[in-house]
Design a protein around this ligand. Structure first.
Ligand code: GDP
Length: 470
């Protein structure tokens, strides 16, 4: 099943001999160019070459099986994404079997009476969606677009629509808050239609369901609509072959170490395997399902919790299975080095931009170094990506450093050294001492709990600092 050097050369356009040289460089010996390379070695090579290894894996002869859909909830702020997720989670197996106790694990599974199931990503918002996409993790099959019946289509509704369109992911519309007296679902339909969404009531194929996250009315219809959409898509995944999975959430448990919630995209993840996740590695000690029960393996579209990594990866990172501890270390080191190299390149580019801005201030972009701190890894990524959306011809938002946890003195020191701003998301207000030293160093700190508001605040500040931008 592994690729040979010959195939790899064909797929990448590199010569066989140059690939063999690279193999020697990483200490690997291949007797014949027709011997299949192991997945991790092929991955290392393609990483060196800067090509996407996953695209090179052939599906020829693979066994495909039906799999559940993976759903993301998007929509405008305050339209009820979180409430809807809470309501759906209550219908999930986790809530039923665990007596209503639910924990945020990044994903949950709804089991339908028919035996079908739906996997729901438990992080609302377009930022999380684009964070995953930005890292190449095409996890979402269906977007549930939440629109409040009393508020109608708003800027982030449109944003969500374009995200879904760009990613080529179909939408199921949930018109929420249908319980409020001011609800006007018809108006929402007209608005959505005007924005180019082909609703099924008007002969299109986008389903619309009226719901209330509060009274739970229509939830069953929404679940059925999602299932119907999934059926139309005929979702399948290979259950054999190399496992491919993506991280949806990563957190540190004091007793158990790094814990990762991942969704298997294809193949099967098995307890005891050596894995590389982003640039971290480990051996799978436990795989748990969403009920917290240990299981032996994880199958496509199944969210699983993985224990056994040595470090904390990021949301959107991929999970790769490798042959041995040695390989795992090697690949993880290779990726860490590459990250470091990219970071250096970026820093150098920044200096170049600064240099040119002195000679030609009116034409070059203004560079805005920012440090991001947030409560969990998933939000860090979401905030980072949201900030980058502020980039324009005039402004370059450069995220220098990210981290989980409260804003610390060392963040302030770093900010001072790099002339950066600090963005804190869902973290507590820094202590007086830290605030004071930030003030003295003239470092702006933004603290927010809503991405939308954060962007507004930072955006206004950019306009102040950089007149002539918009
Ligand atoms: P999000 O920002 O999209 O995640 O929205 P939230 O889930 O936080 O909801 C925003 C506000 O709307 C909260 O005060 C909710 O209680 C309220 N809300 C959400 N769904 C409903 C609903 O179906 N009916 C009513 N009446 N209120 C709702």
């Amino acid at each position: 099943e592994g690729m040979t050097i010959v195939e790899l050369a064909k797929a990448t356009g590199y010569s066989i001999s140059s690939l063999q040289d690279m193999l020697v460089n990483i200490g690997e010996k291949v007797d014949s160019e027709f011997d299949p390379l192991s997945i991790d070695i092929a991955e290392l090579l393609t990483m060196e070459l800067g090509v996407n290894f996953r695209r090179l894996i052939s599906d020829e002869g693979a066994v495909f099986q039906h799999r559940p859909a993976v759903v993301t909830v998007m929509g405008h702020v305050d339209h009820g994404k979180t409430s809807l997720l809470d309501a759906l989670r209550q219908t999930s197996i986790a809530a039923k079997e665990a007596g209503g106790i639910t924990q945020h694990l990044g994903a949950f599974v709804i089991n339908m009476p028919s035996g079908a199931s739906i996997t729901v990503l438990d992080t609302p918002g377009h930022a999380a969606f684009s964070a995953m996409r930005a890292r190449g993790a095409a996890v979402t099959d269906i977007v549930v677009l939440v629109v409040a019946a009393d508020d109608g289509v708003m800027p982030q509704t449109l944003e969500a629509m374009s995200h879904a369109r760009e990613a080529n992911v179909p939408i199921v519309v949930a018109i929420n808050k249908c319980d409020v007296p001011a609800a006007d679902p018809e108006r929402v339909r007209v608005q959505l239609g005007a924005e180019g969404l082909l609703l099924e009531d008007l002969g299109g194929d986008v389903q619309v369901v009226e719901v209330s996250a509060k009274t739970r009315a229509g939830l069953d219809k929404l679940e059925e609509a999602i299932l119907l959409q999934a059926e139309m898509m005929d979702l399948k995944a290979r259950s054999d072959g190399p496992c491919q999975a993506y991280v949806v959430e990563a957190r540190l448990d004091r007793g158990r170490g790094p814990l990762v919630t991942a969704i298997v995209k294809s193949g099967t993840l098995i307890c005891g395997q050596y894995i590389v996740v982003g640039s971290e590695w480990g051996r799978i000690r436990f795989i748990r399902n969403m009920l917290g029960r240990a299981t032996a393996s994880g199958r496509p579209a199944m969210p699983v919790e993985i224990e056994g990594l040595k470090g904390l990866p990021m949301a959107g990172d991929d999970v790769i299975v490798v042959d041995s501890e040695e390989r795992a270390r090697m690949l993880s080191n290779g990726r860490k080095k590459k990250l470091e190299k990219d970071r250096l390149l970026k820093a150098r580019r920044r200096i170049e931009i600064e240099d040119t801005s002195e000679s030609a201030p009116s034409t070059s972009r203004i560079d805005l170094p920012i440090i991001v701190k947030a409560d969990v890894q998933g939000t860090v990524q979401a905030v980072t990506d949201a900030l980058k959306s502020l980039n324009s011809a005039q402004v370059y938002v450069d995220v220098l450093h990210v981290g989980v946890g409260p804003i610390s003195q060392s963040d302030v020191d770093l900010a001072q050294a790099c002339n950066a701003w600090i963005v804190g998301f869902n973290v507590r207000t820094p202590s007086n001492a830290i605030t004071l030293s930030a003030n003295q160093a003239n470092i702006k700190i933004f603290i927010h709990r809503i991405i939308y508001r954060l962007l507004e605040d930072v955006g206004n500040f950019i306009v102040e600092r950089a007149p002539g931008t918009d």
